[in-house]
Design a protein around this ligand. Structure first.
Ligand SMILES: [Zn+2]
Ligand SMILES: [Zn+2]
Length: 338
């Protein structure tokens, strides 16, 4: 039996480290964390909407008195499922990398809300975004980016506990950071780790992401809080690394043959990874790999929304049902037909 249950809510990792876990870990269902020592608190990420974030804050506050006032909020990266609740952490210092600040408006919640509400007007990209994001409510969100940035590493004392922020992006996003608690052998990875699911490389280089996985495997850590999925171990980091290496190795000859990334995505034999959750994300990772291989003097900037149309078709081609199907079964809601 796994040491940790994959259940929604707060998990006490011991010695003032907490994880907040949201199954099923698929699109939008992210994890967060909290580090406490005495009256001092450092929160790792918020959630995808205000309701979920408020629920998380009240869960923390019900059992951890120090969580009444969050001193520091660190964003592992800019994606909305880790930052859209930031405005609720009033009075906190908000820390992230410069890449996270630069990446912050990539998904504007008002635009996402508009697309999800009028999905058909946006074609199949809109329809797939609605499918991915319909469990969430994007109203009332005001983008609240970090007010302090760091580069390289930054050590912070939370009470008497040392916490190290480690800049590792661009990899999954433009500004990824890890939050490491050396004395407790705990690390919060943000979306460097999608345990049990499929990673998505919005930026790359993918090799850099692979190197980050190798780095984490070499660190003195035992408990790993992934950006998505269950509480993890180094075995899960190794699996993530192996996936990224597998797809990189499969992509290169197709790039050398002159295929475009989308044609290449359909040619890649996903092998053991075909049945993973969110396997359609390989489309985005392939484009990023092709950008890596092309090594252009100025790396192209890619708009994220059109990818959703390509991922929808790819998912359909895999014979998959709708995203969050399991969630919908669980919640008993009758959602629109696929
Ligand atoms: Zn992300
Ligand atoms: Zn995420």
């Amino acid at each position: 039996m796994a040491k940790w249950q994959f259940t929604k809510g707060m998990h006490d990792l011991g010695n003032g480290c907490y994880a907040y876990i949201m199954p099923d870990g698929s699109w939008g269902w992210s994890n967060a964390g909290l580090i406490v020592d005495g009256d001092a608190t450092l929160m790792v990420d918020t959630l995808f909407d205000l309701k979920l974030t408020a629920e998380m804050l009240s869960t923390y506050r019900a059992s951890i008195p120090a969580a009444k006032d969050i001193g520091i909020l660190v964003n592992t990266h800019a994606d909305g499922d880790h930052t859209f609740g930031n405005q609720l952490v009033e009075g906190a210092r908000i820390i992230g990398t410069q890449g996270t600040v630069d990446d912050f408006a990539r998904f504007d919640p008002t635009v996402v809300q508009k697309i999800v509400t009028n999905a058909e007007e946006y074609g199949s990209a809109g329809v797939f975004m609605r499918e991915c994001f319909r469990p969430f409510d994007f109203s009332g969100i005001e983008l609240t980016p970090p007010t302090e940035t760091f580069s390289g590493t930054m050590d912070i004392m939370v009470g008497g506990k040392k916490v190290q922020l480690i800049e590792v992006g661009p990899a999954h996003s433009l500004g990824d950071a890890l939050i490491y608690v050396p004395d407790d052998k705990v690390i919060y990875t943000g979306d460097i780790l999608f345990t049990g699911g499929t990673p998505i490389a919005w930026y790359g280089p993918v090799q850099r992401w692979i190197d980050v996985c190798d780095m984490v495997m070499g660190m003195d850590v035992e408990t790993i809080v992934a950006g998505h999925g269950p509480i993890s171990t180094k075995d899960d980091v190794r699996e993530m690394r192996d996936y990224l290496q597998y797809v990189s190795d499969a992509a290169r000859p197709l790039w050398e043959d002159g295929l475009d990334y989308l044609a290449a995505a359909y040619k890649v034999d996903l092998g053991p990874y075909r049945d993973r959750n969110d396997a359609e994300r390989v489309v985005v990772t392939l484009q990023t790999l092709f950008d890596d291989f092309g090594n252009a003097p100025v790396r192209p900037t890619r708009a994220p929304i059109p990818y959703f149309a390509e991922m929808k078709s790819f998912r359909h081609n895999l014979g998959r049902g709708p995203v969050h199907e399991a969630y919908c079964k669980a919640c008993g809601l009758k959602h629109d037909a696929y």
